[in-house]
Design a protein. Structure first.
Length: 141
């Protein structure tokens, strides 16, 4: 579990005056986003980041649609790009609220382990949503 406790790091290219890459600088991803995200009021920043998540989700869906619905070869480079863009906006929201990946991932794991007994998916357990109800009355969700 210790790997979840460590922040993610990226290697940012260092370029000389002519634009040639001369090396890489390690940077924590949360700090990378903090440096790069457009500075604006909290309300505008959150709106921008939230809309960005939605926009990128649509672009991910489009990438998968082309592959699954139109029988095109999966453009993995585009999928990686769009997932990265979505991650950028998610990180901006996390930065605003001081939320780390480990807190989010742990909360999600607890929720889903309550929903799916023995960590096995079933349509019935998905319908019951035991994490949202007492397990006996799905209409309360």
């Amino acid at each position: 579990m210790s790997s979840l406790m460590c922040p993610s790091w990226v290697s940012v290219p260092i370029k000389n005056a002519t634009g040639e890459c001369i090396g890489y600088k390690p940077l924590r991803y949360d700090q990378f986003v903090l440096k790069l995200f457009k500075k604006m009021s909290d309300e505008r920043m959150l709106g921008h980041a939230g809309r960005g998540v939605c926009t990128e989700a649509g672009e991910i869906n489009d990438c998968l649609k082309k592959h699954l619905d139109y029988d095109q070869e999966l453009n993995i480079a585009n999928l990686i790009e769009e997932l990265g863009d979505m991650r950028f906006y998610l990180q901006a929201i996390q930065n605003h609220y001081g939320l780390t990946d480990d807190v989010i991932l742990q909360a999600n794991a607890v929720k889903l382990s309550v929903r799916y007994r023995n960590l096995e998916y079933s349509d019935e357990q998905a319908r019951l949503r035991n994490d949202k109800t007492d397990g006996d009355n799905p209409s309360t969700s």
